[in-house]
Design a protein around this ligand. Structure first.
Ligand code: BEZ
Length: 402
């Protein structure tokens, strides 16, 4: 240093030091862990009953949906999944508010629900307006894939008409001519009975009495007394969840099992066998699933579900699992971009879903075209006796897809 100025040697040394420092910095930047922006999570809103007579149904759907996502490491098409759960209470009066909460407050990407047909009608009125992708994993209201059908609304379960319709033919062909029907007085009951009656009459049967009970009431005594006095060839019912447990037990306790044969859509004995015990033994029903189906997909699913949920799989679990499969198929087609709805919908519409119930496709109205099985309760199983109707499609009355 002379007169405060660096000598040329000092300048050269300082330059080399600075250059080396810059090179080290550049090298370490190269080796620093790269922090990439994580894609945001896909938000799935469950609108399902977690209390009341359908609580077990909502729980099975939720557990099985999550099981499929967990099978894929918690991601579908590379996107992590976040859940919001709203208890629908199977209450149609609260359904509009509950759906609006998920759509407008929680801003979910997808709604999965509901179980109850009355809730479904209110929910779909909101989501077809908002355009929110909707997957119905149970509620069978005909209008969901009928007059209210929409490009963004899909169903992985059934229409209420579907599982009951084949039983009309089965009973008529057994020579049963006079039947009594009994159900809860709401859309699911009315449409389920409607399906049975349509096919029973078409094959020569007649209905001697339609009996009703308000949903979700379970006071059956006076109705059972009436059935005993009518003595029809058969009784056909729609009940599900806690109500089905109570009805099957009351029917047996009234001593009717040996005098008036009881039949129903399979919800009567699905997810209920443990609670129904001996009262359910031998009951025959029709449904799009049977515990004993010997399909690799069903065997694997039942084992995985039992391990994950701590209870046996049922039709509701199957429908929830398939709702997650359908969402995965849509997301994969859109490379995980949940906003690319056209791509998602196109893939979902043409999907063949490898379900524990057997492979199925969707109708133009987005409802499963599926085999309906005749089942019989044997021990703790709904054992498949045969196919009551092959590849049954709902008529989708009034559906005009935009
Ligand atoms: C319904 O309300 O659509 C329904 C509920 C339980 C089982 C089947 C259908």
């Amino acid at each position: 240093m002379t007169n405060g100025k660096p000598t040329s040697a000092q300048s050269r040394r300082r330059f080399l030091k600075t250059a080396a420092g810059a090179a080290t910095l550049a090298a370490s930047a190269l080796h620093a862990p790269t922090i990439l922006a994580q894609p945001s999570k896909v938000k799935v809103g469950f609108l399902l009953p977690y209390t009341g007579t359908y609580a077990q149904l909502g729980k099975a759907i939720t557990d099985a949906f999550k099981l499929h996502v967990d099978e894929h490491g918690g991601r579908l098409a590379g996107r992590a999944i976040e859940y919001v759960q709203v208890d629908s209470e199977a209450n149609p009066a609260k359904a509009t508010d509950n759906t609006n909460r998920l759509v407008n407050l929680e801003k979910v990407d997808v709604i999965v629900g509901p179980v109850h047909s009355g809730v479904a009608v209110a929910m779909v009125r909101v989501t077809r307006e908002s355009g929110t992708l909707t997957i119905d994993p149970n509620a069978g209201a005909g209008v969901v894939t009928g007059a209210l059908c929409a490009p963004n609304v899909f169903r992985t379960s059934f229409s209420n008409w579907q599982p009951s319709y084949p039983m009309g033919k089965v009973l008529a062909e057994r020579g049963m001519k006079k039947a009594v029907t009994l159900t809860w007085k709401y859309a699911a009951g009315e449409e389920a009975i409607g399906g049975f009656v349509e096919n029973f009459k078409a094959h020569g049967g007649s209905i001697v009495k339609d009996l009703w009970v308000p949903f979700p009431k379970v006071e059956f005594q006076s109705l059972l007394t009436e059935i005993a006095s009518i003595k029809p060839d058969a009784v056909f019912v729609f009940f599900a969840g806690g109500g089905a447990v109570k009805f099957v037990k009351d029917y047996a306790a009234a001593g009717l099992r040996n005098s008036v044969p009881l039949f129903g859509s399979g919800f009567l004995t699905d997810g209920t066998l443990k609670a129904q015990g001996d009262a359910a033994q031998g009951l025959e029903t029709t449904l799009h699933y049977g515990d004993s189906l010997i399909l690799p997909k069903n065997l694997a699913f039942r084992e995985m579900y039992a391990k994950a949920a701590g209870r046996e799989a049922d039709v509701y679990a199957v429908q929830g699992y398939d709702a997650a499969q359908l969402l995965r198929i849509g997301l994969e087609a859109a490379n995980g971009d949940v906003k690319a709805q056209k791509k998602m919908i196109g893939a979902m519409e043409s999907a063949e879903i490898d379900s524990p119930r057997g492979k199925f496709t969707l109708s133009k109205a987005h409802n499963p075209i599926q085999d309906i099985y005749l089942r019989k309760v044997v021990g703790m199983e709904n054992k498949v006796e045969g196919v009551a109707h092959k590849a049954l499609a709902d008529p989708a009355t009034g559906c005009k897809m935009a």
